[in-house]
Design a protein around this ligand. Sequence first.
Ligand SMILES: [Zn+2]
Length: 162
Amino acid sequence: MDTVTPEQRSKIMSRIRSRDTKPELLVRRMLFANGYRFRVCDRRIVGHPDIVIPRCRALIEVRGCFWHRHGWTWNGRKLVQETICRDASSSPASNRGFWQEKFRRNVRRDAEHERQWAEEGWNLIVVWACALKPSVREKTFRFIRRTLEKWREKPTAPHVSP
Ligand SMILES: [Zn+2]
């Protein structure tokens, strides 16, 4: 039974959201240490992607699994889970409608941005927060570096995700 007031809930939500920015810092630090120069949250690009690396014509989105529903896609009618991420497998038991609507909006918005970025010729890496946990972080970073390296030489490729 969930007995959180709206005020408490919004406090919890903002805490979760700000924790979600930490993974982005990890990626930015790694890029910087490897000599990549980038812009952050570029207002000139639709959706204000987290990281823009002009030299590779690349965008990097670092997404929190819970809010952005890692593994779920919109099939035109509802969200369906295609791959299992534990961090996105549950949703709060109360206010089901509210959460479902919120998740649905996030997933559809992300998909719409991806479509527009592809149209504008951006390469995209979506890094899910769970891929930045200590046990898998280095592997993810290697993937990002390898992918950017490829794009730097030949800056056109489909969207990928580690
Ligand atoms: Zn995940």
